[in-house]
Design a protein around this ligand. Structure first.
Ligand SMILES: CC(C)(COP(=O)(O)OP(=O)(O)OC[C@H]1O[C@@H](n2cnc3c(N)ncnc32)[C@H](O)[C@@H]1OP(=O)(O)O)[C@@H](O)C(=O)NCCC(=O)NCCS
Length: 167
């Protein structure tokens, strides 16, 4: 069955929380360390709109929410406002089926149409071959490396900064 891409809704939050929590608890792809609660996800959800810088797109397959891509505030200092940080997670049972590309492309198309959003940054903890390929395929360029920029599961990890020049 085809993957449907649509705006995220509040009713998606339990599924989105579960997908993210899998990666928080078991992998270094995210530097979050503690499981997210539903309350936390509800607060997170309040930042999204159907236009502007901060948007949430969801992938659904056979009525199941199987992933999402979001644009978030990049940095709290106000002059960074035209730059957004992106975030993408696909359910572990649905990897490598083109869903990440579909949902991320939809988010980027929305952002390209927004004059308020000028740059998108993806921070990829290395190694992450799938995320590296996806960012490069969708037009992100390497903008830098945070050498041992994070510490999780008893080790330092490098982080590659990917930049998309939206406008
Ligand atoms: C990274 C992620 C979003 C990619 O989504 P996906 O649906 O699995 O990827 P797609 O099927 O859309 O594939 C997109 C491209 O990446 C490639 N790819 C996907 N997984 C790959 C892997 N593990 N190794 C190498 N290439 C991979 C695909 O082959 C495709 O490239 P191609 O068209 O040249 O063949 C997904 O694997 C994921 O959610 N991973 C865990 C969370 C994560 O790492 N998020 C990103 C944090 S920066």
């Amino acid at each position: 069955m085809d993957t449907m891409i649509r705006r995220g809704r509040e009713s998606d939050l339990p599924a989105l929380r579960d997908i993210l929590n899998h990666y928080i608890l078991n992998t270094i792809v995210t530097f979050e360390m503690v499981e997210m609660s539903l309350e936390n996800r509800k607060t997170w959800f309040t930042q999204f709109r159907e236009d502007g810088r901060y948007q949430l797109m969801v992938a659904e397959k056979s009525n199941e929410v199987v992933g999402y891509a979001a644009s978030l505030r990049f940095h709290q200092r106000p002059a960074y406002a035209p730059s957004v940080m992106t975030s993408i997670y696909i359910h572990p049972n649905y990897l490598g089926q083109g869903i990440g590309e579909k949902v991320y492309s939809a988010l980027l198309e929305n952002l390209k149409a927004e004059s308020e959003a000028h740059r998108a940054y993806g921070l990829v903890v290395l190694p992450n071959a799938g995320s590296v390929r996806l960012h490069e395929k969708l037009g992100f360029k390497q903008a830098g490396l945070l050498s041992e920029g994070g510490y999780k599961f008893g080790k330092f990890h490098d982080v590659r900064i990917y930049e998309h020049r939206l406008n």
